[in-house]
Ligand binder design. Structure first.
Ligand SMILES: Nc1ncnc2c1ncn2[C@@H]1O[C@H](COP(=O)(O)OP(=O)(O)OP(=O)(O)O)[C@@H](O)[C@H]1O
Length: 327
């Protein structure tokens, strides 16, 4: 069952009188109990999508077009009071940058009690038991409860944010780089716990990251973003095993594995285009080894490569046949 549908979302930022294109024509849907992984380099528009869903975009942003449908309503048309009722229990966002999200004058215990008391009828004792359950699973020391945010590391704060999110039992969790400050062991624990929780509560998960290995580990479907656009999307196995877009192909070729250990890794020359100076035609054409005249002039649209596998490239079928040693 579909729990969230994003349709042709486009949004810009205005900075020093310049229009910065952050997201262009992004569409996807999230099913109950499933995970959509949003992958992209820094600045490719991932966080802006999460903020748009939550109605938390900054004042210098503007939605150019699109819809975000949740329980039959377009979230983009809701008043602040209405969207406030959805935030937390309906859709919960774990944002990047843990420390700023905590009130420096409140202890961790006060933060967590606030979350649990606001959302349930639990007694003080039940709240304490619940908090300690999550702490144990996520390997957080009990003493942390009485600490102030300034006394804790970024990694611990990140794990506390994740506990807060899961305690809320949201229908949809948007996790924006939730494990970026954690070491491998903690990352593994947190991902495992999120997945366990997801299965138990049938939670829809949107997982935003620039780490391909995490996407491979957690996502059912993946959106590969480049310069604000989805250049490839679909079933994780199809995209990873048979990438259709030249950008995805290069990314996966640059992914370190034991097989290519110590070999020169492939890289993509050039940089992500600036949002106020997007290339004409295909957004990836200045960096594409397969670039043709048409790519410089015409913007491609997502076309179907297979069931639940779409690629935004004029020459997707030809590239599959062209010599692989170009990549
Ligand atoms: N408040 C803002 N004002 C102006 N431009 C912004 C603002 N927030 C984001 N941008 C620009 O919008 C584009 C998309 O940014 P966004 O943060 O959504 O990307 P991202 O893929 O999430 O990056 P990261 O992984 O670094 O968080 C970038 O060009 C970014 O510089």
């Amino acid at each position: 069952m579909c729990v969230l549908k994003v349709e042709k979302l486009s949004l810009n930022y205005n900075l020093n009188k310049k229009e910065i294109v952050a997201v262009r024509d992004v569409s996807f849907s999230l099913e109950k109990g499933r995970t959509v992984g949003i992958f992209g380099e820094t600045g490719s528009g991932k966080s802006s999508i999460g903020l748009a869903i939550m109605g938390l975009l900054p004042l210098n942003s503007s939605i150019i077009s699109g819809k975000i449908i949740y329980k039959g309503k377009n979230l983009l048309n809701l008043k602040e009071k209405e969207i406030n009722q959805i935030r937390g229990k309906g859709i919960f966002l774990i944002m990047q940058g843990g420390r700023e999200l905590f009130d420096p004058t409140l202890s961790i215990r006060q933060h967590l009690e606030e979350v649990l008391n606001a959302r349930s009828q639990m007694t003080g004792e039940e709240v304490a038991v619940k908090i300690l359950e999550f702490f144990e699973i996520l390997m957080i020391e009990k003493d942390v409860l009485n600490a102030m945010p300034s006394e804790l590391s970024e990694g611990t704060l990140q794990k506390i944010l994740i506990s807060m999110a899961l305690m809320n039992k949201p229908e949809i969790l948007i996790a924006d780089e939730p494990t970026s400050n954690l070491d491998m062991i903690n990352q593994y624990r947190v991902l495992k716990e999120i997945r366990r929780f997801q299965t138990r509560h049938d939670m829809g998960l949107i997982f935003i990251t620039h780490d391909l290995s995490i996407i491979a580990n957690i996502a059912d479907d993946v959106l590969v973003m480049y310069g604000g656009e989805i250049v490839e999307k679909g079933d994780i196995y199809k995209v990873f095993l048979n990438p259709g877009h030249p950008y995805t192909k290069r990314l996966l070729a640059a992914f370190p594995t034991l097989d290519n250990y110590k070999k020169d890794l492939e890289f993509i020359p050039g940089n992500l285009p600036a949002g106020d100076n997007l290339p004409t035609g295909c957004i990836f054409h200045p960096r594409c080894v397969y670039c043709q005249e048409k790519c410089r002039k015409e913007r491609p649209f997502l076309s179907k490569l297979a069931d639940n596998h779409y690629v935004m490239c004029h020459f997707v079928n030809e590239i599959q046949q062209w010599s692989d040693n170009v990549v």
